[in-house]
Design a protein around this ligand. Structure first.
Ligand code: AKB
Length: 312
């Protein structure tokens, strides 16, 4: 029987992944773990284990005791927060990943998922339809840790046969929880301000386009990749993944179609520089041809889905 453990389950992605997997595999097949318990009632239908993923022995014990077949290791300090404390960001992102990979090397788990990001790209990568194999010269410690992590995943696959799979997520937009410490977080905040009838103070420039994705697409991509036959997963660093792409002003215009009074003001801060170093849009040809990826949400669908869910 398959048993799925999500490490870092109380974050923005973890909460949605847990619920997506509970629906797909059953509540008892999915266990969440983190350094704090989520307050989402749906997530808490399932078992929770308190776990600090930087403690290798603790990770090992949870995997041995729980007899898990699949691990989704989501622990990370994101781009903006990482710039405030680069060494702590590097340490958390790398130590926790290597702890999981070492356990997988020992055969304690069959499959590992680890998220990478569009943050692997930097100023020298082409901005539009950024290709799978182009310059990865990130300017943030988060991006550096993602490039290194991707190479570690490939190393463990090639040297030890660890079946580790990965996606380069764009900015993720979902309604169940808010992100924290990222550069793309503004897009989630915009919806809350719009529905509260408040002015939105945006920390990016109005025309700063970034790759984005609605959470339902991200969860579907993750589970489809994990379920794909091993021989179809040809990219063992991390797959480019595209949803849609928009700037703050395009997002505001789309929200205004439903909430005409919504007002955005622009006061770029240090996060603008990070955003400017990332692609505007992504070419995900390999994900499409290797395991049949196809995004469902464009900006219209994403905004409609977010407003409907948050109103509810
Ligand atoms: C961030 O903004 O740091 C993340 C990401 C794009 O990986 N959302």
């Amino acid at each position: 029987m398959e048993r799925h453990l999500v490490i870092g389950a109380s974050g923005q992605l973890g909460i949605e992944l847990i619920i997506g997997m509970q629906d797909r595999y059953g509540v008892s097949a999915v266990v969440s773990s983190d350094i704090r318990k989520s307050d989402d009632d749906d997530v808490n239908r399932g078992e929770f284990i308190l776990l600090d993923a930087t403690n290798k022995e603790a990770v090992r014990k949870v995997l041995v005791d729980g007899k898990f077949t699949h691990v989704y290791h989501l622990v990370a300090m994101l781009s903006a927060k990482g710039e405030e404390n680069p060494l702590a960001g590097w340490d958390l992102n790398m130590t926790s990943l290597l702890n999981v990979l070492e356990c997988a090397k020992e055969g304690l788990v069959k499959k590992v998922f680890w998220p990478s990001s569009i943050a692997v790209f930097g100023p020298n990568a082409p901005k539009n339809a950024t290709a799978q194999d182009t310059f990865c010269d990130p300017t943030t410690v988060y991006g550096v840790s993602k490039v290194a992590g991707e190479l570690w995943c490939k190393y463990y696959f090639e040297h030890y046969g660890v079946d580790v799979r990965s996606l380069r997520y764009p900015g993720l937009i979902g309604h169940r929880s808010q992100p924290g410490g990222g550069t793309t977080d503004y897009a989630v905040e915009a919806f809350y301000r719009a529905l509260e009838g408040k002015k939105f103070d945006c920390y990016l420039e109005k025309n700063e386009a970034l790759p984005m994705m609605y959470m339902d697409d991200a969860i579907r991509a993750t589970l489809n990749l994990m379920e794909a036959p091993s021989e179809c997963v040809r990219v063992r660093t991390s797959y480019n993944l595209s949803g849609c792409s928009f700037s703050p002003s395009e997002l505001s215009d789309e929200i205004r179609k439903t909430i005409p009074d919504f007002e955005t003001v622009y006061n770029p801060d240090a996060r603008q520089q990070i955003a400017a170093s990332w692609p505007d849009s992504i070419d995900d040809t390999d994900a499409r041809s290797d395991w049949g990826w196809n995004a469902k949400y464009d900006i219209e669908g994403l905004v409609a889905a977010m407003l409907k869910a948050l109103k509810r």
